[in-house]
Ligand binder design. Sequence first.
Ligand code: SF4
Length: 476
Amino acid sequence: MAGFFGSISSHPCVTDVFYGTDYLSHLGSHRGGMATYDAESGHFNRAIHSISQASFRTKMEEELSKFIGNAGIGIISDTDAQPLLFNSHLGRFALSTVGKIDNLDELAGRALAHNMHLSEFSSGKVNPTELIGLMIIQRPTLEEGIRFAQEQIKGSLSLMLLTENGIVCARDLWGRTPILLGQKEGAMCAASEPSAFFNLGYTTVRDLGPGEIVRCYADRYEQLAEPLPDHMQICSFLWVYYGFPTSSFEGRNVEDVRNYIGFAMGKEDDTEVDCCCGVPDSGIGMAIGYSEGHNVPYRRAISKYTPTWSRSFMPTDQTMRNLVAKMKLIQNNAILRDRRVLLCDDSIVRGTQLRDNTRCLLDGGAKEIHMRVACPPLLYGCPFINFSESKSIMELITRRTIAELEGEEAALDEERVKAYTVTDSPEYKRMVNCIADKFGLHSLRFTKLETLIRAIGLSRSKICTHCFDGSSAHTL
Ligand code: SF4
């Protein structure tokens, strides 16, 4: 995942860029970068840090004084080092990208064959942001270059460019990842999430449409390319998992959607439990809704331990990693002892987290553990946004379970897997029961796709649900 923030003002705006980017720290844990442009001196300043062992704020704070200017962009990312600086016939600019390029090697090969060179390497791989920059400068204007790059890639691509004349923002052609504009007296901003706006005094202006390109100035923005009609395929996982609770996308608030999902599930659930709780942080909104819908008390049976362990901190040693993963959650034995507990979580990907959570509740003395999940089972990898770092589809707990039930060939046979995407089909039920048994759960239920879509409140045709049902193939 990744998220960017940009601000342009009639006054120096380095602190807005710094804090605005920091507010997106939930979107990545690998690298953080910032670039500013000072019109007076004509200088771009840029810094990029690894944030896997310390937060963006800690790393960037030390050199904040070197940044000056009335315009800047910042990014938090799970992948490549950015923003990158370009000097070209289109002028100088700093570029940040959000998305995933599935045909990276093919495009890099094409660039090299055209006598271009790629100088950046992230972990020995081509840096996708550098490749995109090279594609942009092959066209006569920035708009044409951006569109060219977006049309060449497979996957998704939203961009933010800090230029000598404003900040240019371009949302992915299929709107897979969002960009929102904000404004305050004498300044404009743009970001992947509006949660960054409020404490910095910005109010949301609007979401960009799919494929829309705008240029922001301190007091206004101009549209460089109109949104593409009928192209919306916004990621449904924004609301389920990685969106911040206070953020709204396309007018739908993340916490509201989670409450709705929990409420709907609680209403139709006939399981008898003593209390419900949510796995912090993304499972809490659902649990609050479930508590209301099922008329059962919400209790904080698990709390997150954050004082010394940041979300991103992970030791390199595996034994230490296991220990740290457990230390981040602490169960409350006083609440759990002899209780039938219903646990809400955003999703189950590989099942590693679920194993830790179940152990946590059992250690605390829970009599029964019932699990409710805010989305349908994840049966497909995400080709669009770098959502999970899975190297193989067989890392998904669902596919591994199908392999146990029917053999690995069936688990890789897309036709066969389709049967498992249908809620309450015999295959679906068998898979869900098998996962529940594996983790010692008394019951396990996933949110139905229809409920998720109803909760998001957009038309079915505008939402990407590929990782649940394999759809959206027309845009692959
Ligand atoms: S495949 Fe899943 S995670 Fe990826 S964009 Fe679509 S809904 Fe989001």
